[in-house]
Design a protein around this ligand. Structure first.
Ligand SMILES: Cc1cn([C@H]2C[C@H](O)[C@@H](COP(=O)(O)OP(=O)(O)OP(=O)(O)O)O2)c(=O)[nH]c1=O
Length: 198
């Protein structure tokens, strides 16, 4: 069995891993460059980000040669546009206006790096938003919830009531697709369903 290190500052990713009984340590490492390459397809971009986060985390890990390192990335994709975390309030408002009354995709990639190699999986979820008027968008912005989240909403929080329906992976929308994650943990020989230490 292998120890797992989480290369992520996202509280949601830590909560989702803990939910399935994975024991892990968190890694602190300098951020990577998250700018998409010219012409890069969204699915390629999120998988590259997840891979690079795991590699950057590994570089910050001293003296645990057998450990596995997990990185992940989540982006909202509307047509050809990749919506990451909003830069500011205006950016968040524009994202929510663009998502109102339409369907988008949430792409979430997870990557696990071990001394035996690296594997990456992608989850794609369709999310339908109801119509939002500008007063409602302003009220939602005032909750403060949108600012550290791709697409400027959190389905696990107040943002739940922006969503009419989804098809795909709820945990993927929140930031870590658990079916894909479990498969990679199994491959890497990292246990899940562990009991809490007494
Ligand atoms: C769409 C959506 C995204 N998100 C979050 C998940 C991710 O934390 C964030 C997308 O940003 P990411 O760049 O994927 O991740 P991060 O910067 O938060 O963390 P790290 O790179 O250190 O792993 O948006 C939600 O929490 N709820 C949602 O409904």
């Amino acid at each position: 069995m292998r120890a797992l290190y989480l290369a992520s500052a996202s509280p949601r990713r830590a909560e989702l891993l803990a939910q399935i009984g994975v024991r892990f340590s968190r890694l602190v490492f300098p951020g990577i460059n998250e700018t998409p390459r010219a012409g890069e397809a969204p699915a390629d971009y999120v998988q590259r980000m997840a891979r690079e986060k795991a590699i950057a985390g590994r570089a910050a890990l001293d003296g645990v040669p057998q450990a596995a390192v997990l990185g992940a990335d989540t982006s909202v994709v509307l047509g050809e546009r990749i919506l990451g975390k909003p830069a500011d309030r205006d950016d968040a408002r524009q994202m929510l206006q663009a998502l109102s009354g339409t369907v988008h995709e949430v792409l979430s990639a997870v990557s696990v790096l071990t001394p035996d190699g690296q594997q990456t999986r992608l989850s794609t979820t369709r999310v339908w938003f109801r119509d939002l008027d500008s007063a409602e968008i302003d009220t939602y912005l005032a909750t403060g919830e949108p600012f550290d989240k791709a697409g400027a909403y959190g389905i696990q929080g107040c943002g739940a009531v922006l969503v009419d329906a989804l098809h795909g992976s709820y945990s993927g929308v929140v930031g870590l697709p658990l079916a894909e994650t479990r498969a990679l943990l199994h491959w890497a020989n990292v246990p899940y369903w562990q009991q809490d230490p007494a």
